[in-house]
Ligand binder design. Sequence first.
Ligand code: 6PG
Length: 502
Amino acid sequence: MTNKQTAIADIAVLGMAVMGKNLALNMADHGFRTAIYNRTASKAHEAAAENPEQNLIVCETLEELIASLKTPRRLFLMVKSGPPVDTLIADLLPLLEPGDLIMDGGNSFFKDSQRRSEEVAAAGFRFLGVGVSGGESGARFGPAIMPGGDKTAYELAAPVLEAIAAKAPDGAACCAWMGEGGAGHYVKMVHNGIEYADMELIAELYYILHTGGLDNEAIAAIFEEWNQGELSSYLSEITVRILREEDPADPSIDLDSSLKEDPIALELRSSGAPTGSKYLLDKVLDISRQKGTGKWTNEEGLELGVDLSILTAGLNARYMSMDKGLRVRAEAELPQGALTEASSLPDKASLAQAFLAARLLAYAQGFSLYRAAAKAYHWNLDYRTIAATFRGGCIIRSALLSPIMEAYAADSDLPNLLLAPAFRATLEAGIPALRSLLASTIATGLPVPAYAAALSYYDQLRAARSSANMISAQRDYFGAHTFQRTDREGIYHHEWPQTDEE
Ligand code: 6PG
């Protein structure tokens, strides 16, 4: 170790799992002298030895790490979210000096970041909860970065974070201060909720096309074509590559035995799967799991009273997928019901319009949650900046973000993204396309929960008079919960006719 005790490091990364290691390498690439630390020091030594040109400074103890850093110190935590973050912060606090900054770059729950921000400030130091998106390669070559917390702390962090962040097509760094406290992790959390919806919309389209008889190559060609225009997105791009990937002769890539496999019988696994296919996707079991950020987003929707039905469809589809045994049994035992003669699928152009509209509707739900959160948590969230930050590096980067930015540039206080005049044409074409997509899939018994949620959301949003008069009257009937009237002000209760038993 060279000059360990001399304060020469610009920043430290704590936690050398793949994301932490890649971020450290990314920082070093950009000319920042980077100190690294891992609880099991051998991992930090390995990271440095594998990348000698990066000149990483390995520190075996937190004391060494602190001594290696220029002041005010910048410490970037990349450890497992939850209690390990608190433990590490508690270990660091006694070693810090005023002005030092702790950043947490894990997928932490925003309320934890809010609390940590207050605790670290109370101890006399600074804190940023930093949302980082883009997976392993984003971390290495340019993630989208969503910091939240002390604004002065952001000024200290910005030179590093903006240098390592992805760059949008216009060259802007995909990194911006999102707001106080837990705002950064909140923005990242909702990003993941939208990610679940976007993934589900693609998966349902794939399922429709696959069930309709198209082979993987034909489906890939469709997504590839769409990827040239306004539907282009990272998730569609990887979908094309996934669709075309053939099953390797030797299928075993480093199975991690610490990842517990659920016991699922072989005959259940293959149920419904195509046989004799050369494609790897056809061999991938139809069970999708999650780490929880998408669930948090949906819980927040419930908490703040925001309809996130498309995002929820993405989450529920994962839950439903996990019950493979039940699904296999249900398919065998439950009546299918009479299906209308399979009406032909909408054409490719119509599917594209439905896809774009549904994706827009999912974003509209996610951004409605931001709007509610800004009010509930007193954050001054800038929706245009959020969309701008998503344009590069992150999982939901897509061409749709530019018109979203324009919509918020024109009206920063839009009550709902769909009201932006810029989206009128998308909706004019997309809503009828969504209706025909649903008409044909419902008639043929194909589950498309995210598309169904998208259209229902739209139709509910457009209903100037909804069905809630009936709910309100029912509540008043059985519980005297009162109601308001359409024709005059005031709160009313009515003595509704009761049956003899009541
Ligand atoms: C990102 C991703 C990432 C997320 C994984 C897995 O923006 O880089 O959102 O943070 O953790 O994609 O998420 P799930 O396990 O919940 O699907």
